[in-house]
Write a protein that binds this ligand. Structure first.
Ligand code: SF4
Length: 369
């Protein structure tokens, strides 16, 4: 069996990424079969439980309040709404629900308490629960774990070097710190990135170095292709070619053999044949549902049709790690501490982000700040 290594170098990863495609595919598919059933793919449903109005400036994201995009913001969903959507997702073959809130970080208080209740509710439905809520402290990660959280998503997005060209409102270290906080619990880590943001192939390899040298490696690594949304700083980026996606998936599979490699945003731009190649290259997880937070995603029926054509089966929940226990709110061992993370990079400016902000001000009219 190929071993899990935590000492990958950028040069080694570039060498893999740039192999002749047939060789790369063969190697990735071989590693994939050592650790995973090649005919099983996990189906996850992503729910945007709180959309828009985010104070961060991620250059790819239509939910950043400072850009002018046509997404409709909404307040935090109720526990009942989330339960209804989770039941629907379960009925259509999803084994995991990932709840995303457009927050910079988790704040202790009634909204976080509501999210904890959502976690308890979904865990009791025998589904894996994942959250992506921005930065979390160790205490908040412990409270999520106690509620029954299975996974926490916090993407590194790209290489440390290119990160400075994408987001000015926080640093790479902030990301790594949240992952470290989650690692102090039994919650599994989901962390990946986006290709097609104008980064180089070296940056893609740099991101894979950052992820694969974590010990343990993330249990789940989403690979997104940028969906260039009008009004964001990256609105003019060219779509990612399928070959780049296949290379990225295959390389991720080889350097992180045990992880679930997730085909995430950008699937609507891929043909069925392109997606099939990604599955062959080692992708074994997809997001289902007609929207991924705010960007389009293939219809569930289309996905199930593709599964039928390819002979794929949806993965059962809790195959990779046991189901967490849920502790009720009144029995919790942890108190809210009211911690507030500092803004780590107050003077950092990114030109294309600044330009998109200015454009948004113009579009909103003269009274807008
Ligand atoms: S990616 Fe997340 S943190 Fe960044 S602007 Fe969007 S919602 Fe906010």
């Amino acid at each position: 069996m190929s071993e899990t290594r935590h000492d990958w170098t950028k040069e080694e990863i570039l060498e893999i990424y740039n192999k002749p495609l047939m060789e790369l595919l063969y190697e990735a598919a071989t590693v994939h079969r050592e650790y995973h059933d090649p005919n099983t793919v996990q189906v996850s449903t992503l729910l945007s439980i709180k959309t828009g109005g985010c104070p961060e400036d991620c250059g790819y994201c239509p939910q950043a309040a400072r850009y002018h995009t046509d997404i409709e913001g909404n307040d935090l969903m109720t526990v009942q709404q989330v339960k209804a959507q989770a039941l629907r997702a379960k009925a259509s073959g999803s084994s995991r629900v990932c709840m995303g809130a457009a927050w910079r970080n988790v704040k202790d208080g009634p909204e976080f308490d509501q999210v904890l209740e959502m976690v308890r509710t979904i865990n009791k439905l025998d589904m894996e629960v994942c959250c992506t809520l921005g930065m979390v402290t160790e205490n908040q990660a412990k409270r999520l774990a106690e509620a029954g959280l299975y996974a926490y998503n916090h993407n590194l997005d790209t290489s440390e070097e290119y990160y400075k060209e994408v987001i000015s409102t926080r640093g790479y270290d902030d990301r790594l710190q949240t992952i470290e906080n989650v690692r102090k619990t039994n919650v599994t880590v989901c962390s990946g990135g986006i290709i097609g943001m104008g980064e180089s192939v070296e940056d893609r390899a740099g991101m894979l170095v950052a992820l694969s040298t974590l010990n343990p490696q993330p249990e789940s690594v989403p690979i997104n292709a940028l969906v260039a949304v009008e009004g964001t700083p990256m609105e003019e980026q060219e779509p990612v070619a399928i070959w780049e996606m296949v290379r990225m998936v295959a390389t991720t599979r080889i350097v992180m053999p045990k992880t679930q490699v997730r085909l995430s945003a950008g699937r609507t731009g891929m043909s069925k044949e392109g997606q099939a190649l990604c599955f062959f290259a080692g992708a074994n997880s997809i997001f289902a549902g007609d929207k991924l937070l705010t960007t389009p995603n293939p219809d569930v029926n289309e996905d199930m049709e593709l599964f039928k054509q390819l002979g794929l089966n949806p993965q059962r929940p809790f195959v990779k790690a046991p189901k967490p226990e849920t502790v009720e709110a009144e029995d919790s061992r942890y108190q809210p501490l009211g911690e507030k993370p500092k803004w780590s990079r107050p003077n950092h400016k990114i030109q294309r982000n600044e330009e998109a902000k200015e454009k948004a001000k113009m579009a909103r009219g003269p009274k807008a700040k």
